[in-house]
Ligand binder design. Structure first.
Ligand SMILES: Cc1ncc(COP(=O)(O)O)c(C=O)c1O
Length: 385
């Protein structure tokens, strides 16, 4: 292009731009001036102890952070390769084939797909209290409500009652172990017996979101039942011990047939992102980080349990990153509000368990805030009882 020509085009462009501006249509410069990125709070606001969602703020690990940065720089590309790598790693660690592993954005994805699949065949059976968010998904598209077994006095899961409730119209039985919000862990021998019996009548889904946080993860897992040929599926997540809740990676292990059926509802690699997969890959076998993470959870849990005792309350035993506290005559929703006034976020009432309050472990200084806030919050709660 000659100098003369480029100058002419430049002038034409300027004339056109001023004409557009005069006509009221937004110019490129004006677009730039209006393009303000909204302020976003990633995580809790400063000064707020967020202990309400069973997250683990000791993650992401340093290795995961590095991997997130590298992967995000390639965020323009779909994440097919890291998807395959993580599937391979999970398959290898659990001695299953690749076609027995399904990944999703958090375990919520695979849990929901399984619930939807089950609802095409019959009802979902669960205990009175469990993490039922995904089991409720089919209800949104017209399926029947979850069939629940009766409440038990110790807030545990009555496996005999559950077995007796597996009528021919039940397609899937869901067990959360350890359970959320109770934190209760089932006896692995009894659970194993139950899974073997129950899976002859219906698909058994064991949600093991907190398995890695327990004292003996392998012993507590029902994973081995899958390759023994039982009709059992197990869901796991990177959201808890791995400290990656916001990075959204979870998975399910099942027989090849069950995985293929569940995957009919999944978009596989298209539902995942580079950064989340990178973080999961970098964390999966990071034993030093996982050990540190667990020790912080245990430390926080001990602090909560001591405070519970010191304030004359009791709590259920827990091998998770949360504790279910019995407030006696206190109402859990009022207690939640009183805690929030002191910048401590915890959970309110679950179903009709009015006096039960769930608090998650978190950063140790945040757990300390909960401990410090407890006497006043409890006094005010009990005054309203
Ligand atoms: C028992 C249980 N399962 C599954 C989930 C889902 O977690 P995610 O989708 O982050 O894996 C949660 C979340 O708190 C949970 O408590």
């Amino acid at each position: 292009m000659t100098d003369k020509l480029s100058r002419r085009l430049f002038l034409q462009g300027s004339v056109a731009a001023s004409a557009v501006a005069a006509s009221g249509i937004i110019t490129g410069a004006a677009v730039a001036a209006h393009h303000k990125t909204p302020a976003v709070a990633y995580g809790p606001k400063p000064g707020v102890a967020k202990l309400n969602a069973n997250e683990n703020p000791y993650g992401p690990s340093p290795a995961a952070m590095k991997a997130i940065m590298a992967a995000s720089a390639k965020g323009a590309y779909y994440a097919a390769d890291p998807y395959r790598v993580l599937v391979d790693m999970i398959a290898e660690k659990n001695s299953v084939s690749k076609s027995q592993v399904s990944l999703s954005a958090g375990s919520s994805g695979v849990l929901s797909y399984t619930a939807v699949l089950a609802s095409t065949k019959g009802k979902i059976l669960g205990p009175d209290l469990f993490w039922d968010t995904t089991a409720k998904t089919p209800q949104k598209i017209g399926a029947e409500k979850i069939k629940r077994t009766a409440k038990t006095e110790d807030l545990g899961i009555d496996l005999d009652a559950m077995y007796a409730a597996i009528t021919p119209d039940v397609a899937m039985v869901q067990i959360t172990n350890p359970n959320n919000p109770t934190g209760r862990l089932l006896d692995p021998v009894k659970l194993r017996e139950f899974c073997i019996k129950a899976s002859k009548k219906a698909l058994v889904l064991v949600d093991e979101a907190y398995n890695e946080v327990t004292d003996m993860p392998e012993k507590n897992s029902m994973m081995s039942l899958i390759n023994e040929g039982h009709n059992v599926v197990v869901a796991r997540t990177f959201s808890k011990l791995f400290g990656l809740a916001g990075m959204r990676v979870g998975y399910m292990i099942a027989s090849e047939e069950n995985t293929a059926e569940i995957n009919r509802y999944s978009l596989g690699g298209y539902s995942m992102n580079q950064a989340g997969l990178a973080a999961a890959i970098a964390s999966y076998n990071d034993e030093a980080f996982l050990k540190m993470s667990k020790s912080k959870i245990v430390e926080g849990r001990e602090m909560i349990l001591s405070a519970v005792k010191a304030n004359g309350l009791i709590a259920l035993p827990s091998e998770t990153n949360f504790v279910f506290v019995d407030l006696g005559k206190g109402n859990a929703e009022i207690f939640r509000q009183e805690m929030a006034k002191q910048n401590v976020l915890i959970r309110g009432i679950y179903r009709d368990y009015n006096n039960w309050s769930r608090v998650s472990t978190g950063l140790i200084p945040d757990v300390q805030k909960y401990v410090d806030a407890m006497p006043m919050a409890l006094e005010k709660t009990l005054a309203k009882a």
